[in-house]
Write a protein that binds this ligand. Structure first.
Ligand code: ZN
Ligand code: ZN
Length: 152
């Protein structure tokens, strides 16, 4: 299954976007491929898919530092509103940061410019990080202990 949570393989789903052999047709595809790019640690792709005016404030190094400090678990797309040149995708992304289980809840805004979808910005709903003990059940849903699952 692709990292972004579809029933396709990574090769059939997000990889062609990340490798730039195919352009995402929809904002949701772009959003999913950006999540997968975090998982496979391709910060350049994440940076290039920001709208141009946002690229300076999101350096490849900062994106790489964030990607390296997290273990990404799961993406859940909650809602998509796709118009001709604008789109909104609401999602939840689960990841671990050190021993914290974090949930990013965001409504992202995308624009189609010169035939290419870009991520412009997003509204984040604050969530509470959960501290995970080594003997706790792993919050990823595996039913294993954290120390035998996502602990590093
Ligand atoms: Zn995918
Ligand atoms: Zn786990």
């Amino acid at each position: 299954m692709c990292y972004c949570g579809t029933t396709l393989t990574f090769e059939q789903c997000c990889q062609p976007f990340i490798n730039k052999t195919v352009k995402p047709n929809t904002a949701e595809q772009l959003m999913r491929s950006r999540f997968s790019a975090y998982v496979v640690n391709n910060p350049a792709y994440i940076q290039q898919t920001y709208a141009q005016e946002k690229q300076a404030e999101n350096s490849v190094k900062e994106i790489a530092d964030f990607a390296n400090s997290c273990r990404f678990i799961k993406l859940t797309v909650i809602n998509t509103e796709q118009q001709e040149t604008q789109a909104w995708v609401e999602f939840e992304a689960d990841y671990f940061y050190q021993n914290l289980f974090c949930k990013l809840k965001e409504r992202s805004y995308f624009e189609l410019r010169d035939d290419t979808w870009y991520y412009v910005d997003g509204i984040i709903t604050p969530t509470t990080d959960i501290k995970v003990g080594r003997n706790d059940e792993c919050p990823c849903g595996s039913e294993k202990k954290y120390k035998k699952c996502h602990a590093n």
